[in-house]
Design a protein around this ligand. Structure first.
Ligand SMILES: N[C@@H](CCC(=O)N[C@@H](CS)C(=O)NCC(=O)O)C(=O)O
Length: 206
């Protein structure tokens, strides 16, 4: 299998962390989706990364589907099997994925020419992130994992989301969210997270 994408994309990073957690054999192919001559649209009509080539000519795109595939491909899914755990995990994944969308939208807005940026758009994305971390803190019971007694996609996705916020859209979430901060520190220290840090990212202390 081959994973196409950039080393700074949080969508790609989710897949990279899962590949590392599961020790799957997947070749990382660095390819930027943004240049006019990018080859990504030949692999994903939507022109976005990640793209997972499961076999020559057969690609999967959209990070949720890519993670779903990688989670099941080895027959050792890390998704909770019981109904309550399954839906709790989906809830946390949606929250984390939405935070990534908000942080990426914020980054893209800041990259527009200064005179064309919309302060209200930036404020709306910042408010989304603020509400999400507040709700995460109040919903989380505390402990080493968000759902059940082991690492799941919920920990992976929210862990990546918060680190992307640290990287591109800093928010003082640790000061306001002590349970989340205590949970995130060992998650971010996992080998899979350490080995996939975006270039230029300096980890923040809890
Ligand atoms: N919903 C997509 C979003 C992926 C996405 O937006 N990736 C960015 C990189 S961070 C991209 O490829 N952007 C290129 C573009 O929008 O043209 C997913 O979850 O995979």
């Amino acid at each position: 299998m081959k994973l196409y994408g950039s080393l700074t994309s949080p969508y790609v990073r989710k897949a990279r962390v899962l590949i590392a957690e599961k020790k799957l054999t997947v070749e990382m192919v660095i390819e930027d989706p943004w240049p006019e001559d990018s080859r990504i649209p030949t692999r994903n009509p939507l022109g976005k990364v990640p793209v997972l080539e499961v076999e020559p000519g057969n690609t999967l795109f959209e990070s949720v589907l890519v993670l779903h595939y990688l989670d099941h491909v080895d027959g050792k899914s890390i998704t909770p099997k019981d109904a309550a755990g399954y839906w709790q995990s989906q809830w946390w994944q949606s929250l984390g994925n939405g935070m990534i969308d908000a942080a990426v939208a914020h980054v893209l807005e800041t990259r527009r020419p200064a005179g064309k940026q919309m302060p209200e758009k930036l404020a709306r994305e910042e408010a989304r992130i603020e509400r999400a971390v507040t709700v995460a803190e109040s919903r989380f019971r505390g402990g080493p994992f968000l759902v059940g007694g082991r690492f799941t996609l919920a920990d992976l996705i929210l862990g990546v989301a918060l680190q992307y916020v640290d990287f591109r859209c800093p928010n003082e979430w640790r000061a306001k969210c002590p349970k989340l901060a205590a949970w995130h520190e060992p998650i971010a220290a996992r080998r899979s997270f350490q080995d996939t840090l975006p270039p230029g990212f300096t980890a923040l202390a809890a």
